[in-house]
Design a protein around this ligand. Structure first.
Ligand SMILES: CCCCCC/C=C/C(=O)SCCNC(=O)CCNC(=O)[C@H](O)C(C)(C)COP(=O)(O)OP(=O)(O)OC[C@H]1O[C@@H](n2cnc3c(N)ncnc32)[C@H](O)[C@@H]1OP(=O)(O)O
Length: 451
């Protein structure tokens, strides 16, 4: 799972909250995932441990980018949804063994404790093992390492023993509260699907691929990109006749997960942009090559780049009358992808496509249908019933005939689409390195502005 549980930017820092510290013995866990190799930002860790900065309860120094300061509050108390811990209470003495137990316990955490907690764990671990912050201050755009540095530096000259005790206490509190919470995303049955970010089912000749990060509006994190590709490849070979792509929750998708931009590899932002372009090209390529009828079924707003392949290549797009379609590429300092620079002007008209792709005009389902992007619009109240009646009927048609018909309709365009995809990805690679893009992403992450 990605960084699901944080909500850091919105969280309010409460003034004083005393957490009854559990005297559980041995005091649970530590944060090995973040702790090993933290300075490089590249660590071996559980899947939930991809994280990004944001700790409203710590002191952050001046010079933070783009209004991060507005997110911060001066309090000696750390506060987060499930665990609250007063840091300055008189420390009991945690032994080295307690500390090691706590570190091990963190590895067993099933749920992502959220970025604030992870930053706190990181800083306490560093303080406990190395003393006051001794790292050079990272650059302003090195978001993750900067947040880690801030968190550690904020501990000032806190004695190692106190940091160790605070770490053990925090892990212990976390352990009890996370174990007792049941914040699993609705509808997720990982065992039956084998996917972390999707729910994939196959029934009545229909394979349904449902994006399943509703708490993140189905934003596509790196894992989801890979899982969608995997699910499409599997669906292309299974015995279903058609494939349906849909989303769980109140957004079909909110596009690229903007926290993807914060996980900077050792090669820096250039490497990040290059990897992103490779991933996107492969991802869109899977849609271009998908051999069976692919139906996009959206009851809710679709934002960002999933609409592009969905609208551009699906054999049919069904939308409820409350769905909207929005590709705010320019707002984010980015440029069209998913072959939308080619398919949208063809489907709509160059002028209408420009409004959507360049000016980021949001279309209602009715408008998108009138423009030819959407096949049919249904009232929200009867959407599921109407769509599934159609899907079930389609799935009874001879599968090979459908596949061959799709092939003959689309194959002439395939080469062109792959070329457009390559070009769009290359342009985007440059855009991701631009100040315009970086500022837009930081703005979103800092919640100073929202689309
Ligand atoms: C390999 C890389 C390929 C990249 C290709 C190029 C792709 C381009 C695009 O996709 S452009 C579009 C990018 N998407 C956005 O800009 C959308 C950003 N999100 C929003 O504007 C809003 O969240 C919203 C309008 C979708 C919904 O608003 P609201 O109803 O007020 O909900 P919240 O904002 O509170 O969101 C809930 C929760 O979800 C997190 N979240 C939503 N969208 C994204 C996202 N795109 N990336 C990361 N996280 C997202 C949001 O932060 C909240 O999380 P929290 O509860 O705070 O932890």
């Amino acid at each position: 799972m990605g960084p699901e549980g944080s909500g850091w930017a919105r969280r309010k820092v409460r003034a004083v909250v005393l957490c009854p510290q559990s005297p559980r013995s041995p005091p649970a866990f530590a944060h090995a995932p973040i702790l090993r190799g933290p300075d490089s930002g590249r660590v071996s860790r559980p899947s939930w441990a991809r994280w990004f900065p944001g700790h409203p309860g710590l002191h952050f120094p001046a010079g933070l980018p783009l209004g991060w300061k507005a997110l911060l509050a001066k309090s000696e108390v750390i506060s987060f949804p499930v665990v609250q811990l007063h840091l300055n209470r008189t420390a009991m003495r945690a032994s080295q063994k307690d500390f090691e137990n706590a570190m091990n316990q963190v590895k067993l955490l099933k749920k992502d404790p959220g970025n604030e907690v992870k930053l706190k764990l990181y800083s306490l671990y560093k303080q406990a093992t190395e003393g006051p912050c001794n790292m050079p201050k990272p650059g302003v755009f090195d978001l993750i390492n900067k947040a880690k540095w801030d968190a550690w530096n904020a501990l000032g000259s806190l004695p190692k023993e106190t940091a160790r005790q605070n770490y053990v206490d925090l892990v212990s509190s976390l352990s009890s509260s996370l174990e007792s919470s049941s914040q699993v995303e609705p509808g997720t049955d990982r065992k039956s699907t084998g996917y972390e970010t999707l729910m994939v089912t196959s029934e009545d000749g229909i394979t349904k691929i449902m994006l399943n990060r509703p708490t993140k509006k189905n934003a596509l994190n790196v894992e989801m990109y890979h899982e969608i590709m995997h699910a499409l490849k599997a669906a292309s070979k299974d015995d279903s006749a058609i494939t349906v792509l849909t989303g769980n929750g109140d957004y079909y998708s909110s596009g690229n997960d903007l926290t993807n931009f914060t996980d900077i590899p050792p090669g820096g932002v250039e490497e990040k942009a290059k990897n992103g372009a490779v991933l996107l090209r492969e991802f869109v390529g899977c849609f271009i090559d998908f051999p069976k009828p692919l139906i996009a079924s959206g009851q809710c707003p679709a934002l960002g780049h999933l609409p592009s392949p969905s609208l551009g290549y699906s054999i049919a797009v069904y939308a409820s009358d409350r769905a909207t379609f929005h590709t705010p590429f320019s707002h984010l300092g980015q440029s069209p992808e998913g072959c939308s620079s080619y398919t949208f002007p063809k489907i709509m008209s160059p002028a209408k496509a420009t409004e959507m792709l360049v000016f980021g005009k949001k279309l209602t389902a009715g408008e998108a249908c009138a423009q030819g992007l959407v096949t049919e619009v249904f009232p929200d109240s009867t959407f599921q019933k109407e769509v599934w009646t159609r899907l079930k009927a389609f799935a009874k048609l001879p599968p090979n005939a459908m596949r061959i018909s799709k092939e003959i309709i689309r194959n002439r365009e395939k080469e062109k689409l792959h070329a457009v995809n390559a070009e769009e990805c290359s342009v985007l690679q440059g855009r991701w390195l631009s100040d315009e893009c970086m500022n837009a992403v930081v703005n979103f992450l800092s919640r100073k502005s929202k689309l």
